[in-house]
Design a binder for this molecule. Structure first.
Ligand SMILES: [Zn+2]
Length: 264
């Protein structure tokens, strides 16, 4: 096996393990439970899950998607998150090789997958992933350069230097979250109800820090269009009552951020 294939395989396995950890975060962070203790247990019968039943993806398949003790079904979300994280880590390593760009892609994938599923299930975007995601994006900016854009042009100097890239990440995060907050406040005043949660405001800061202004704005625009179209279809199919349901907009943002990063 070549070095490149070996690295991709290693990252894929690492992704499956990280995905398993993301599952714990998705289940526990919205309830303000500790992600470290107690160790994994079946959400239905409470039985502890033995280490050999806690192997990412494989255990789900071997157990036929059921708890060993109570035989009730385990959510498909567990193997889906593990397989998705493994796949994106593998693909990133196969594309960018042993580089900071791969590390950045993997971190972005982990952050966005947690937020996508957290928002679908609970409509909560945990600070541990939005705010710390923004901090991680800024810390990686000098190591894996953001694409040059308007901000690098305005701050001057060669665009892909560590300093230019870091400034791009910081300013993008501030501008986008500030803009989002303003739009949300304006909408709330106009409609008399909240349209954008504060979680979304913090999430776009992470997107700006990882992607830079232009790419993050493209992703936000794509997510808004997809959210508008699919939300409209949902209301059309389910009737007017559905318009009172809250759309998991963070999930749309997460998918759009991954697509924008991958296709840039
Ligand atoms: Zn059980």
């Amino acid at each position: 096996m070549s070095d490149a294939a070996l690295l991709a395989l290693f990252c894929g396995v690492l992704g499956a393990i990280i995905g398993s950890f993301l599952n714990v975060c998705i289940s526990r962070l919205p309830m303000d439970e500790s992600i470290w203790l107690p160790r994994s247990h079946c959400p239905r019968c409470g039985a502890w899950i033995a280490a050999y039943d806690n192997i990412p993806i494989l255990s789900y398949l071997l157990l036929g998607g059921r708890c060993r003790v109570c035989r009730l079904p385990i959510s498909w979300r567990y193997p889906a998150v593990e397989a998705l994280t493994a796949g994106l880590f593998w693909a990133g390593a196969a594309r960018w090789g042993a580089s900071w760009q791969t590390a950045k892609w993997c971190l972005l994938a982990a952050v966005m997958i947690e937020l996508i599923f957290s928002d679908i299930e609970t409509r909560i975007l945990p600070d541990e992933f939005t705010l710390w995601g923004a901090a991680a994006g800024i810390m990686l900016a000098p190591l894996a350069a953001l694409p040059p854009g308007l901000i690098t042009l305005l701050v001057g100097g060669p665009s892909e230097t560590p300093l230019g890239s870091t400034l791009n990440a910081v300013i993008s995060a501030i501008l986008l979250s500030g803009g989002f907050w303003l739009v949300g406040a304006f909408y709330a005043k106009l409609r008399g109800r909240e349209g954008l949660g504060f979680g979304d405001v913090k999430m776009v800061a992470a997107m700006g820090a990882f992607l830079g202004l232009e790419m993050a704005m493209t992703a936000i625009l794509g997510a808004s269009i997809a959210g508008g179209v699919l939300g409209g279809l949902w209301i059309f199919m389910k009737g007017r009552k559905a318009s009172e349901e809250e759309l998991p907009f963070g999930s749309f943002l997460g998918v759009a951020a991954l697509l924008a990063a991958w296709f840039s």
